[in-house]
Design a protein around this ligand. Sequence first.
Ligand code: GLC
Length: 692
Amino acid sequence: MMISRYVFGSPLPTMAVVREIAASEGAVPHFEVSQADGRVSFTTVLGEDDQIFGLGETVRGINKRGHLYRSWNMDDFSHTENKPGIYASHNLLLFSGEKGVFGAYFDDPGAILFDLGYSDGAKAVITSENGDLSLYLIEATTLTGLVREFRHLIGRSYIPPRWAMGYMQSRWGYSTEEELRFIVSEHRARHIPLDSVCMDIDYMQDFKDFSWNHESFPDLKRCTAELMADHIHVVPIIDAGVKQEDGDPVYEEGVQNDYFVKKEDGSLFIGAVWPGRSCFPDFLREDVRAWFGDKYRPLLDAGIQGFWNDMNEPALFYSVESLENAFQMAEKLRHENLGINGAFQLKDAFVNIANNDEDYRRFYHLVDGKPVRHDRVHNLYGAMMTKSAAEGFHRYDPDHRYLLFSRSSFIGAHRDGGVWQGDNSSWWSHLLLNLKMMPSLNMCGFLFTGADLGGFSCNTTEDLLLRWLALGVFTPLMRNHSAQHTRDQEIFRFRNWQDMRNVVSVRYALLPYLYSLLVKCACRDEMMFRPLVFDYPQDKTAIRVEDQLLLGDECMIAPVYEQNARGRHVYLPEDMLLVSFRSGEEYALTPMTKGHHWIDVPMNEVPLFIRHGHAIPLVRPAESSDQLDTAHCTLLGWLNHSCVISLYEDDGVSADVKLEDGLQLINISLNGDCAVARCVGKTIDATKLILG
Ligand code: GLC
C-alpha cells in the first residue's frame, strides 16, 4: 500500500478523499506524535538540505521550509510574506531530501499550524488544534509519484468547459447591461480576443444573492443571448452571505426551513457582508446544499453557464456582537487621555471586528444531525458552498459542464470547481507569487486556477499588466480583474494595447494545447505546472529554481516579473528551444543549450521553452475560443528523431469526459532535413520544426 491512514480522536467528515483506506495501527512512520491540551502534534526531523512542498494556495515560496503557516481560511486582501495563510486550507506536505521523499495529508477541517523549520530550523512540527483528524502518509520514489498517489486518493480534478480557458474581463464596478456591452465592443473593435465578462456584486439588487437589478438588466436573458451570439459568456458572482431582509425569498426560505447557522441559544447568527446584516447557509448539511444549489436556476434559465463564488471563508465584516463590543470599548475610552495603549486599544477594537476568531466560535453547524461549533470545521465552509453550486448545476443539466471558481477552498473542492487566487495587489511581487502558487495548487488537485491579472487592489501600470498577461497566457484561468476605485484596467485603456492584444492572441494559439494538457492532467492525476525539482531531482541548480516552471511534459515557462527588466536569467536543465512570441502568429525560434543564460525579453514578447525532443501544436488565433480552427495547426519544436505526440480534443462542453475517446495522435516522421506530420482529420504544417 502506498498510502496509509492513521486516525487521531474522532475525525469530522470532510469529503476530501474519495477512496477508503482502513486505519493503520502502531507508530506513524516519519513522525513523532505528541498530544497535549486536546491538540496533536507531528514532528519530523529535517536534514540540512531537505525541502518541503505543498500547502496549495498560500504565501511565500514553492519550497515552504523556514516559515510558519496556519490553515485558517481568511478574507485577507493583503497577501504579504508575514501572513500565515490566505483563503484556502490545503493540508498537503511533500518532504524531499537525501533520504528520499514522502508525503503527508492532514485531513482536518479545523485550524492546523505548520511550523516548517521556523521555531527550530531542523524540525517540522505540524499541530492540529482540533486533535481529531486522519493523517494520510504517502510513499513513492519521486515527488511526481507522491502527487499521483495523492491525487488518486482525492479524485479527479474539475474540468471546465473549453470556453472558460478563453480570456475573461472582469471588474468590481460593472453595473449595467450597457457597461458590459461597452466592454465587449471595445474588445471586439480592436480584435482583442475575449470569451467572457464577469459581473461582480453590482449586478445584484442591494447585494442580494440570486437577485439582479431589473433597471440595469431589464431583460437578462436577452442580454446574455445577444452577448452569446457574439461568443461572450456572462459570469456572475454569488456570495456566501444572504441579506437579512423580510420579503427576500432566499432569506425567508432559509429562515422557514432552518437552513442558516445558529448560535448556541438557537437564535440566528447575524454577520455583516456587502448587503449589511446577513445569514449564512449551513453548507455542511446536504439538504441546505441542495436548496442553495437550486437557487442558481433563475440565472441558469437566463442563459448563464458560469459563476464565481465569493466571500465564502466565510468573510465577516462584523457580527452584531463584535460591533457592540467595539462600541462599548469606544465608549469606555471616550473621555480618557489615550496614550500608547489606549489609542491602539481603540483602533484595534474596530479593526478586529472583521473575521474575528471569537465570531467563528459563536455559531454552529449540524454535522450528522449534531451541533458542531464552526471553528472546528471552519476551513470546509467554502468547499461546501462550491459543492452546493456544482451539484445544483449537475441537477440542472447533467450533460454539460459548467464554469465555477471559488475564492475559498479545501481539498475536495478541486473536484467541483476551480479557484482564483483572491485579492492580490498590482505589485510585481504578486506576479511572482501567482507563478509560485500554480504548482502548489496543482499538487492539491486544483488545476483550473489563476490570479487576477494586472492585480486586484492598487493601481496597475501598463508594463505590469503586459508582463502579467504574458504569464496569464499559460494559466488555465486567464482573467483580468480589478477592485472598485482603482485605475481602469481593461486592455483597451492602455497606450500599448496592441502589444497586450498580441499577448492574448498567444493564449488562443496555444489554447488547444493547454486545454488538452489540462484534461490529460485531470484524468491522469498529474500536475500541469511543476517546479524543476520534480523532473530534475539530481540537478543541484534546478532543484532550487523557483521562478521557472515546467508546463506539461513539453515546455518550461520563465516569465519576466521585474519592473523595467528587458530580459531575465534562465537556467536550462537540458537543451531547449526558445520560442519568442510576438503574437500567436509571429515568433522567433532559438535553440539553446543546457546551462545558464541571459535572455532578452522585449516588452512585447512572451517567452516559452520547448524541451529538445518534444513538439507542441499551435493554431491560428481567433477572437473567441469557439472560433478557433483546430483542423489546421503548426508544430513547434526541436526534434532529432521521429515521434508521436498526442492531443486531447472534444466538443468542449459535454460533461462526460473520457480521455481515451478524445486523444488524437500526431505522427511526426523525420527524413533527412525534412519533417512530415500526419493526423486523421488535420492538416499539419511541420515546416517550422527545428531538426537536429
Ligand atoms: C471580494 C472578491 C473580489 C470582488 C469583491 C467584490 O473582495 O475577492 O474579487 O471583486 O469581493 O465583490
